[in-house]
Design a protein around this ligand. Structure first.
Ligand code: ATR
Length: 268
């Protein structure tokens, strides 16, 4: 029987992960199937237990269950412990191992695909929810010289920042400050909204990166009109998927063809 994997979330119908993992499996000759599972908002654990009973080998976890997945796993990687969120679960007969590949996926996209060297850079991270939590440690490990977390609810930014020994503030405290890179880890773009970021955050050459993919968010539009280079999170999606695939299968797929295919809108 082919080994079973899936992405679990709510909503999950839009997820490109099945397409990406099917292509990774084809390209690397791995015999597996990868589906998508919508768990009820109050039924994450139940859904995972059912998947395990059906001999499921691993899950990707997406919104809004990444914190629940961290609580669910019995062992967690160092990077998952730092993030306190899990997007990759690995099941064996008696163990549940949790990992988070979002941070390394973001850094891989920035450095390898985009060619943006993070070392010594001033970075503004917008948001303090699960998406932001997943990437702080990896950005610090990549050598940024400053990492400032800004959030609408400032107390959330402060508690995330305190865990990592970095600074936090509210949007109204940003006036007059500029950054080499601004990463949008808020879900604002999904509602066609933008955080109230002053244009002064951007200077010529600033990279504006929205973790949301597949749509031109108001944040990216603002960044472009302020003279910044604006990019969406499709590359991060593919890179975090490749890292999850490696965690499960011990094989690292080449991300370039699938990223090019998704960017070109081709059918894979
Ligand atoms: P996720 O797992 O996607 O991070 P989340 O934990 O609900 O989801 O967090 C959503 C993040 O987007 C939060 O940082 C939220 O700010 P608050 O903590 O103040 O709620 C942020 N966010 C959502 N909509 C926003 C908006 N319109 N403007 C600014 N920030 C927004």
């Amino acid at each position: 029987m082919r080994e079973r994997y899936a992405v679990v979330g709510n909503p999950v119908a839009h997820s490109k992960s099945p397409q990406i993992h099917a292509e990774f499996a084809r390209a690397t000759g791995q015999d597996l199937e990868y589906g998508r599972i919508e768990a009820p908002l109050d039924g994450f654990e139940r859904t995972v237990e059912e998947f395990r009973r059906q001999a499921g080998k691993g899950l990707n976890v997406t919104v809004p269950f990444k914190e629940a997945a961290f609580r669910y796993c019995r062992k967690a990687s160092r990077r998952a412990q730092a993030a306190q969120v899990v997007n990759t679960l690995v099941f064996s007969a008696s163990e549940v191992f949790g990992d988070t590949t979002d941070g390394i996926g973001l850094v891989a996209d920035l450095t390898r695909n985009i060619g943006f060297d993070l070392s010594g850079k001033k970075l503004l991270l917008m948001g303090a929810g699960g998406a932001a939590q997943g990437v702080v440690q990896a950005l610090l490990d990549a050598g940024v010289s400053r990492l400032l977390i800004v959030n609408r609810t400032v107390s959330r930014a402060r508690s995330l920042a305190a865990r990592h020994g970095v600074e936090a503030c509210g949007y109204d405290e940003l006036h007059g400050q500029s950054f080499d890179i601004v990463v949008n880890a808020t879900s604002a773009g999904l509602a066609d909204e933008a955080p109230s970021l002053p244009d002064s955050a951007f200077k010529p050459g600033t990279l504006a990166y929205d973790m949301v993919y597949g749509r031109d968010t108001p944040f990216l539009a603002q960044a472009r009109s302020a003279g910044a280079r604006a990019l969406d999170g499709l590359g991060m999606l593919v890179e975090q998927a490749a890292e999850s695939f490696f965690v499960w299968r011990g094989v690292r797929p080449d991300t370039r063809p699938i990223l090019a295919g998704l960017r070109g809108g081709q059918t894979l």
